[in-house]
Design a protein around this ligand. Structure first.
Ligand code: DQA
Length: 147
């Protein structure tokens, strides 16, 4: 079973970007940790995609079915708060998804408190750092097995 993990704009800067909020791990380090964690779950493989471009993210979501992904973990980053197009893309593919955020978006600036993309996913995990991704992966692994 294959899980696609998509990270949106500026997340390539993790490790140096606002470390008090996002932590000091680089995206490569995070991905390595997630790969290790996922390898402990039976029959699960994960693949990563990061882009700063809304259209590229939409294109990637759109190929998820053709590329035989069974589930999606997505951190749309700032597009969370603006992108009806990403919301539509997630709805269109009809595979289970979980939205994740490293930071607690409800504890920050007003504009971050609303996610326009969240209703396209089964649920949202926000504010647990890298654990947001880990829990999303293990939830989806179980979800796929049971559905
Ligand atoms: C984020 C939260 C967003 O508001 C922000 O624009 C990001 C990262 C998070 O993971 O906490 O880039 O999605």
């Amino acid at each position: 079973m294959k899980i696609l993990i998509i990270n949106g704009p500026n997340l390539q800067l993790l490790g140096t970007r606002e470390t008090k909020i996002y932590g000091s791990l680089s995206l490569d380090k995070i991905n390595l940790t997630l790969t290790k964690a996922a390898s402990k779950i039976k029959n699960i493989s994960i693949e990563f995609f990061q882009s700063n471009h809304e259209g590229e993210i939409i294109d990637k979501i759109g190929t998820a079915k053709k590329e035989k992904f069974d589930a999606l973990v997505i951190n749309p980053a700032a597009f969370t708060h603006t992108s009806y197009a990403i919301y539509d893309a997630i709805k269109a593919i009809d595979i289970p998804s979980v939205e994740v955020h490293l930071s607690n978006i409800y504890k920050r600036e007003e504009f971050r408190k609303h996610s326009v993309t969240a209703p396209a996913s089964i649920g949202v995990i926000s504010g647990l750092g890298i654990k947001s991704y880990e829990y999303a992966i293990s939830y989806l692994a179980e979800y796929i097995k049971n559905n």
